[in-house]
Each structure stands twice: as structure tokens, then as C-alpha cells.
Design a protein around this ligand. Structure first.
Ligand SMILES: [Zn+2]
Length: 85
């Protein structure tokens, strides 16, 4: 792990998400749900919408949380479940 100039190493972040929300690089590279750091994860971090877009969530960074894949998938499954009746 390395931190220079107050920024975390970009390789710990999902690159597509960083292109879209460069300010993610100012957040610590850890899962917002379980708190594991990017370097503790096999599959790295993903960007997740706190409020799913399908539920009216915005695409702004305020609604974005870094999440490991297992947490992201768990949450996705739950969100989908809410919409199935
Ligand atoms: Zn997690």
C-alpha cells in the first residue's frame, strides 16, 4: 500500500469509476459496507450506487460508495428483491 501527496494509489480503485468520479481517489480505498481494504480483496473494489438508479438514486458522487464485489453483489441481490413482487 502506498500513499503519496495525500492521495492513494490509483490502482486500488475501479478505473472506470475513477474516470467518472475522479474525487473517489480522495476516499480511502476500502469497502464502504464491510470496511475491508482494497489490498485485502481478491477481486478489488467496485463502485456502487448507495441508492440504486432504479430507485431514483442520482449519478453524483454523493450517491457512490466503494464496495468489494461480495458486498456489491449482496446489495444488488437485495435491491432486485425489493422490486420483485
Ligand atoms: Zn465489502
Amino acid at each position: 500500500m502506498s500513499r503519496s501527496n495525500g492521495r492513494w494509489d490509483a490502482r486500488w480503485y475501479p478505473s472506470k469509476a475513477v474516470k467518472r468520479w475522479p474525487a473517489l481517489l480522495r476516499r480511502p480505498p476500502r469497502c464502504g459496507y464491510c470496511g475491508r481494504w482494497a489490498w485485502e480483496l481478491d477481486s478489488g473494489l467496485t463502485a456502487d450506487h448507495k441508492t440504486p438508479k432504479a430507485a431514483g438514486g442520482s449519478d453524483k458522487i454523493k450517491n457512490i460508495v466503494l464496495a468489494c464485489k461480495p458486498c456489491n453483489q449482496r446489495k444488488a441481490a437485495r435491491s432486485v428483491g425489493q422490486f420483485v413482487r
